[in-house]
Write a protein that binds this ligand. Structure first.
Ligand code: ADP
Ligand code: MG
Length: 201
């Protein structure tokens, strides 16, 4: 177990370095291509007419899915963003990030890597795990067997145990974050698909 944890940590270090090495221009191109890949994905995977979508607000070094989310808003989707309350508890809340000035956005949107008490979400509608039709899931890395490596808190592993079986789990990453094989534990929840700017895996 310990050696597996070490193994995950060494993969995290390598994959953090890979995504940190990307230039701002490469990031912009990647974000725009991601929108095209998501459009192609949605053409071949049926969702309800007005789906419930779990999205994420990217950290500066993550692949920004903001433009790609326009595809969901365009079909009347309900789009929710995560707030991490503790390692054991993460919930998703509807925030209209497009209609809100940056200075007015709640801290769980602007600082998505921090933890916040539930009171910070009081003004936002919570979406329950069983309501989601599709989840866009960031990660430190993914592999071709659709394993996901996160920051090491296990938040998404715990959350994904609670979603419906027919909810699509879509990992989102730069191509540089996809490797042939990652270490995985029995608690690690697999993705259904991985989208990069150039591939649907
Ligand atoms: P990440 O998925 O963020 O890369 P890990 O998979 O390494 O992180 O998990 C981090 C910790 O969370 C591990 O100690 C693991 O035992 C714990 N964990 C993950 N999922 C669960 C779960 N469903 N129930 C209890 N503990 C879990
Ligand atoms: Mg995990």
């Amino acid at each position: 177990m310990e050696s597996l944890m070490m193994d995950k940590q060494s993969y995290r270090a390598t994959l953090f370095a890979a995504r940190a090495a990307l230039s701002s221009q490469e990031r912009e191109v990647a974000a725009s291509r991601l929108k095209g890949m998501l459009a192609a994905f949605l053409e071949t995977h049926d969702l309800p007419n007005t789906p419930y979508v779990a999205a994420y607000c990217s950290l500066p070094e993550e692949l920004d899915a903001t433009d790609a989310l326009e595809l969901f808003y365009g079909i009347g989707a309900t789009v929710a963003f995560p707030c991490t309350h503790s390692h054991e508890s993460m919930d998703f809340y509807v925030v209209d990030t497009r209609a809100t000035a940056a200075s007015e956005l709640p801290a769980f949107i602007t600082r998505p890597n921090k933890m916040f008490g539930e009171e910070i979400c009081a003004d936002f509608k919570r979406i329950e795990p069983c309501e989601f039709d599709i989840m866009l899931i960031p990660g430190v890395g993914f592999d071709r067997q659709k394993n996901r490596l996160g920051f090491g808190a296990g938040c998404y592993d715990r959350y994904l145990e609670r979603i419906r079986k027919d909810c699509l789990c879509v990992g989102i990453a730069f191509d540089e974050q996809v490797v042939d094989e990652l270490p995985s534990d029995p608690h690690d929840m697999k993705m259904d698909f991985i989208l990069t700017p150039t591939q649907i895996i």
